[in-house]
Design a protein around this ligand. Structure first.
Ligand code: FES
Length: 211
């Protein structure tokens, strides 16, 4: 039977480029796909003056198409400025791979979103965002969708672990439906703070546990 994947996809899947993690990356993000629940992490280092991507790596918890797209977009983004890298589209990624089966389009969207979020994370934490929208519950919830529940391999919101969110004068309080002494609470807490803190109008993030 003929494989639904092009030779280029298979090659990038078998030998993906830029796989791994950058410790203390300048920008990083984890994105989940609403279509399949898979996740991808993207890490970037950025030259402080030229704003070009000097190093980029990704980790995929997704399928072959996701791994292949992660490999190709990291190749496409390396050496580009942040503004150029933001414009890389999933269509471009999929064309560079010689096409992806239609049902797999969301896998390349996931990788591209991961890259865009890592750039956004860099811009936020370096004060480069010009348009400043006050943080809303929806914005916080969207961020929490990028925090993984390690017990399920899916995000906190989808697995109903977020019991409550409050925003009050620059402080965000998140209540997580887990016992304080659960083995994963330190990791979850750290990730929540990491995702919410870069928001420009947030000074403090308090994470509480319910039981
Ligand atoms: Fe989930 Fe491809 S099926 S990333």
């Amino acid at each position: 039977m003929k494989s639904p994947y092009s030779e280029t996809v298979l090659e990038h899947f078998r030998h993906p480029h830029n796989v791994g993690k950058i410790e203390n990356a300048d920008g990083k993000a984890i994105e989940g796909s609403p279509a399949c629940g898979d996740m991808v992490s993207v890490y970037i280092n950025v030259h402080p003056d030229t704003k070009t991507i000097t190093d980029i790596k990704f980790e995929s918890y997704g399928c072959a198409s996701n791994i292949a797209t992660g490999s190709i977009i990291t190749e496409l983004a390396k050496g580009k400025t942040l503004d150029e890298a933001k414009k890389i589209s999933w269509k471009q990624a999929s064309d560079a791979l010689g096409g992806l089966p239609k049902i797999k389009a969301h896998c390349s969207v996931l990788a591209v979103e991961g890259l865009r979020s890592a750039i956004e994370n860099y811009e936020e934490s370096h004060g480069l965002i010009k348009e400043r929208i006050p943080t809303t519950l929806e914005i916080v919830r969207a961020r929490l969708r990028k925090v993984m529940n390690p017990m399920a391999g899916l995000d906190l919101v989808r697995t109903n672990l977020v019991q409550d969110i409050e925003i009050d004068k620059g402080t965000v309080r998140v209540v997580v439906n887990l016992p304080e002494d659960h083995q994963f609470t330190p990791a979850i807490k750290e990730e929540i703070i990491e995702k919410i803190k870069p928001l420009w109008d947030i000074k403090e993030v308090i994470v509480e546990f319910t039981q």
